[in-house]
Design a protein around this ligand. Structure first.
Ligand SMILES: [Zn+2]
Length: 586
């Protein structure tokens, strides 16, 4: 997250536009509801309007899927455009002139760029370490044993992180900015409570993880020692999120612009690279997580069909079924490819060659057929009752958007289990009503905590943004996202809520903020009363943290015999101070 220098211009743009008008004309008509509007949410399979629009503030928020933000974010997501394209779209639709200088997206000139550059530099370093063959026979040997040629290693910039605690730390320790970047990318780690650092990747083969543009987002490291964690990844950062990134997308440019008919989803990094080795580039893998909606969204941009090619053991089969929900939600057709003799794709390719593999892939099964067989086994083995079988099936296919396809699946299921089609349909309808009710429950009746309330006041009332109070909040807030938002408001104290939300690059944070704006809470109109509300909330936060500290101390005191007399005395003094402070506050 970084404050946006050009937010003033953005604010100008947003003040000349209407998010309601844009949605009315480009998506679906917004219906009046309370003081704002409601419309079907385009970002999830919405049956009742769940998206709230506040045209005055220029914001949208969906309480079901948590999509939220301002007009720029809406168009970016809705039309899948880059930032400059979005500005162009706004300028055309509302017929307003926007100076060219505003076209530069924050991400390309700011922190992101610096992070990409730094990752690239480190990747080159790891690469050099690997090619320093004298010292590194072991990693090269491992890669060759897995079938990697020198060309594969070169093309995929594979590298090696030496068995050292400080090779990267040394590069950055005297350069404050680089040190901070290395820290936020998780390449170095801070020792507990000290100004000391050490390298995160040690004695590991390094796989750079790239996005479709070829930027390095992070790394995966495979141990060649006896470390228990076989693979580790870069930590989550502004540019790297396991929920979004698919390994393998970085090589899609090798398809030379051809849109693949289908995408293979395989289990791991080496599977992706070995299929690349045989000339198949439409291959991705998640990074040790189940497939998410964000992943499915990425896939949908490229193809409507996937072939899941996981191991044929029970674990592989289970995890392929876990991918059904997000893919069906995006209307993606799913096939599974189980190779003979439990071979993984690369052993199969080595044994039978590429043409044979492609022929085999063309005969993949529809995942729903495999799933029905799986449920049959579960029923026979008495792992599931017939009711549970039906529930499981319904929970999967209720996401299928295409009615003809859904009908076909229901037919298959009803003939396999001799259950009438109407029965299944009535269960689906009931499920549907249930989910609608729960989606209405989502309509924002959550209780706001004291930090939420303070933020909501700061967001919506510019005249309440007292710098002293905001500094205090930065200090006492427990939630780091809340702290970051306070910092953004401190830098842009005149920004409207939509401007603040617009200058946040992280989806999770901006969605949390729009959630806050749309969650009803009576904030007094009188400025003094608002001030009092903030002070009350601050008091609550302080009292809560005193309570936590007291609990901690009492816990330590209760452990008889583990404390020296001196420690005990100190703790009792601390406790007394806390109780005094508590009394003062109350
Ligand atoms: Zn939604």
């Amino acid at each position: 997250m970084s404050p946006n220098d050009s937010y003033q211009d953005k604010e100008d743009i947003l003040s000349k536009t209407s998010i309601k008008e844009y949605i009315d004309k480009n998506w679906s008509e917004c219906k009046k509801s309370g003081s704002g509007y409601k419309v079907l949410c385009p970002f999830h399979d919405d049956k009742s309007p769940s998206m709230h629009i506040n045209d005055e503030k220029g914001l949208y928020h969906c309480f079901v899927c948590k999509a939220g933000g301002n007009l720029v974010q809406f168009i970016k997501e809705f039309k899948n455009l880059t930032y400059p394209e979005t500005i162009e779209e706004i300028s055309n639709f509302f017929n307003i002139k926007i100076p060219k200088r505003n076209y530069k997206p924050v991400g390309e000139i700011g922190l992101d760029k610096k992070m990409f550059d730094f990752n690239k530099k480190i990747s080159l370093y790891f690469k050099r370490c690997l090619s320093d063959e004298q010292a590194n026979l072991k990693p090269i040997k491992y890669l060759k044993s897995r079938g990697f040629s020198s060309q594969d290693i070169e093309e995929n910039s594979l590298g090696f992180a030496p068995d050292s605690w400080d090779s990267i730390t040394k590069m950055v320790q005297d350069k404050k900015e680089l040190l901070n970047i290395a820290l936020s990318l998780g390449l170095i780690i801070k020792k507990d409570g000290k100004e000391d650092f050490f390298d995160f990747f040690r004695n590991r083969i390094i796989f750079p993880i790239k996005n479709r543009q070829g930027n390095i987002l992070g790394f995966a490291g495979r141990t060649i020692g006896d470390d228990k964690a076989k693979y580790i990844n870069s930590k989550e950062s502004e540019i790297f999120s396991k929920r979004k990134v698919l390994y393998g997308l970085g090589n899609f440019n090798k398809l030379n612009g051809r849109k693949p008919k289908y995408i293979f989803i395989v289990e791991g990094y080496t599977d992706v690279l070995m299929m690349n080795h045989f000339g198949l580039y439409n291959v991705v893998a998640t990074m040790g997580t189940a497939l998410t909606l964000e992943h499915a969204n990425e896939i949908k941009k490229i193809s409507n069909k996937v072939i899941i090619c996981y191991d044929s053991d029970a674990a592989g089969i289970d995890s392929s079924f876990k991918n059904i929900d997000p893919l069906f939600q995006f209307g993606i057709e799913i096939f599974t490819l189980r190779l003979e003799d439990g071979l993984d794709p690369c052993s199969y390719l080595e044994k039978f060659g590429m043409d044979n593999f492609i022929q085999r892939a063309k005969k993949s099964n529809l995942i729903i057929d495999e799933y029905i067989n799986y449920l049959k086994d579960k029923l026979i083995e008495k792992d599931l009752s017939i009711n549970e079988v039906v529930d499981n099936f319904v929970s999967k296919i209720r996401f299928v958007q295409d009615y003809i396809q859904r009908d076909e699946f229901i037919n298959k299921f009803s003939s396999s289990f001799s259950i009438s089609k109407r029965k299944i349909e009535s269960i689906i309808d009931k499920e549907f009503v249930k989910s609608e009710i729960s989606s209405q429950k989502h309509n924002s009746n959550r209780l706001l905590g004291p930090e939420d309330i303070i933020l909501k006041v700061f967001l919506e009332f510019i005249d309440s943004r007292d710098i002293g109070i905001m500094n205090k909040c930065s200090k006492i807030f427990n939630n780091i996202f809340h702290k970051e938002i306070i910092d953004i408001i401190k830098i842009n104290p005149e920004a409207e809520a939509s401007g603040v939300i617009g200058s946040i690059e992280e989806d999770a944070t901006s969605s949390m903020l729009s959630d806050l704006v749309f969650t009803p809470f009576d904030i007094p109109n009188d400025r003094q009363l608002r001030g009092k509300l903030i002070l009350d909330c601050i008091k609550r936060i302080e009292l809560d943290s005193i309570k936590d500290l007291k609990r901690l101390i009492n816990l330590r005191l209760s452990k008889d015999g583990e404390l020296t007399d001196k420690d005990e005395k100190e703790l009792l003094n601390e406790l007394k101070d806390l109780i005094d402070r508590e009394k003062q506050l109350q």
